[in-house]
Design a protein around this ligand. Structure first.
Ligand code: PNS
Length: 169
């Protein structure tokens, strides 16, 4: 349903933390859709590194100058959230063939649940095809630099978390 707000896309995910691959997809999405809602899943079954509030604050700070980007959190079924937000598109990034099987399953399940909701896959720049939140956390915890893989603000927050410092966002 294209509302008076134009074509709205939801970009759902864990974003624990936001990587430059996510940023790349969001920027590509803003160029296509009138508005893109970055929707951070509140998942009680996972133990994230960053709380949902921290992830919301970091992501909002990164996109504070981009009016086409909204950052929100959601619980429950994505299709219900998309309907509430009058979005007709789900955006997901596809980095490699290995992403494809799970992404196809999710896209088709979401279509089964809501036939009017379309999933659009976008490819990040080649430089980010190997970047994932999981690997960023892993290499950072083991002492490697994540410069260039995540926004500077996220890098600073990773560092302050590691040293038990104040949030700063
Ligand atoms: O960044 P992630 O962890 O790969 O994102 C997965 C996400 C949030 C898109 C997916 O887990 C999701 O949509 N969860 C909400 C619950 C839901 O709708 N599940 C059915 C998906 S087919």
């Amino acid at each position: 349903m294209a509302s008076s707000a134009g074509r709205v896309a939801v970009y759902p995910g864990s974003f624990d933390p936001l990587t430059n691959g996510h940023v790349d997809i969001i920027e590509r999405g803003v160029a296509i859709f009138d508005r893109i809602i970055v929707a951070i899943l509140v998942n009680p079954d996972k133990s994230p590194l960053f709380t949902v509030d921290e992830r919301l604050a970091m992501t909002r700070a990164v996109f504070r100058d981009q009016p086409g980007v909204e950052v929100d959190s959601f619980q429950g079924l994505l299709v219900h959230y998309a309907a509430r937000r009058e979005a007709d598109v789900i955006v997901r990034g596809l980095r490699a063939i290995s992403d494809f099987e799970f992404e196809m399953q999710m896209a088709l399940m979401n279509r089964h649940l809501s036939s009017s909701l379309e999933t659009v896959f976008m490819m990040p720049a080649e430089a980010y095809t190997y970047v994932s939140s999981r690997l960023v956390k892993e290499i950072f915890a083991l002492g490697a630099s994540v410069t260039g893989l995540v926004p500077e603000l996220v890098e600073a927050r990773l560092a302050s978390k590691a040293t038990g410092g104040a949030p700063g966002v």
